[in-house]
Design a protein around this ligand. Structure first.
Ligand code: 13P
Length: 268
């Protein structure tokens, strides 16, 4: 089965409304008419409405960077899945390492106490993923190991656990329709990319976990992105690997020219 690659820009905490509009205006000509790749932008919540308007009539889809697992209630500051649908989102990133308090470039002022603020766990990823699917959103569930975990030889064990717990209880059909992003924490925002064979190996390992738990059809259908310092210069090689179905892009998605080049690198 041929999987359509998906390239998503995670804008993280960047872009005012005016900057967001300008970025989309810059992107549209370069991705117009492309078939064979899905393009997603995930702006901060404050720019969702403006970006929804700006992408109208283009093939660019809208995504959010997180979601809560309840539909309504006394949950100050949280955003419900149906609210994201209402805002025009089709995708939602869930379980990003930065939400799990696992940073590629730790900042000195980020004390242990402050780090605890980032409370995402595999269990919260699981309930968020179920809620997102129930609302009709397509989750992009992020997994990845830290440098310490990699050095300790625990990469596969850590990631398999994140996949199994994060997706526990989903149907094979749900898993086949979603996206998993492999983002090694040590490669995020650091300029270091996981070398291509290793990135492909880990994505293949994720696919085999999906196969073991959800069956061969789900494993063949699920799209697995690589994320972590994806740039115009390394995208083509990464995206041409058997198990890598596009990318989740941070820094290089903040600029129209580089994101467009990365999107085009996913065309076969
Ligand atoms: P960078 O592309 O800036 O390394 O970020 C990757 C990422 O975290 C995307 O979600």
């Amino acid at each position: 089965m041929k999987r359509i690659p998906i390239v998503a820009g995670n804008w993280k905490m960047h872009k005012t409304i005016a900057e967001a509009r300008a970025l989309v205006d810059g992107l549209k000509p370069g991705v117009a008419g492309l078939t064979g790749v899905e393009v997603v932008v995930c702006p901060p919540y404050t720019a969702l409405a403006a970006v929804r308007e700006a992408i109208e009539g283009s093939a660019i889809a809208l995504g959010a960077q997180d979601v809560f697992w309840k539909e309504k209630g006394a949950y100050t500051s949280q955003v419900a899945p149906s609210m994201l649908v209402d805002a025009g989102c089709r995708y939602v990133i869930i379980g990003h390492s930065e939400n799990r308090g696992r940073f590629g470039v730790p900042e000195p002022e980020m004390t242990e106490a402050l780090l605890r603020w980032f409370g995402e766990t595999d269990e919260s990823v699981n309930v968020k993923t179920k809620a997102a699917l129930a609302a009709g959103l397509i989750p992009i569930v992020c997994v990845g190991e830290t440098l310490d975990e990699r050095r300790a030889g625990k990469t596969d064990e850590v990631i398999a656990g994140q996949v199994e717990r994060g997706l526990a209880g989903l149907t094979a059909e749900q898993v086949g329709g979603m996206v998993i992003a492999y983002e090694p924490v040590w490669a995020i925002g650091t300029g270091e990319t996981c070398d291509t064979p290793e990135a492909n190996r880990v994505c293949g390992m994720i696919r085999s976990v999906v196969e073991r738990v959800f069956g061969a059809d789900a494993a063949q259908a699920v799209r697995i992105q690589y994320g972590g310092s994806v740039k115009p210069g390394n995208a083509k090689e990464l995206f041409s690997q058997e198990h890598i179905d596009g990318g989740l892009v941070g820094g290089a998605a903040l600029e129209a020219e580089s994101f467009t080049q990365i999107v085009r690198a996913a065309l076969s």
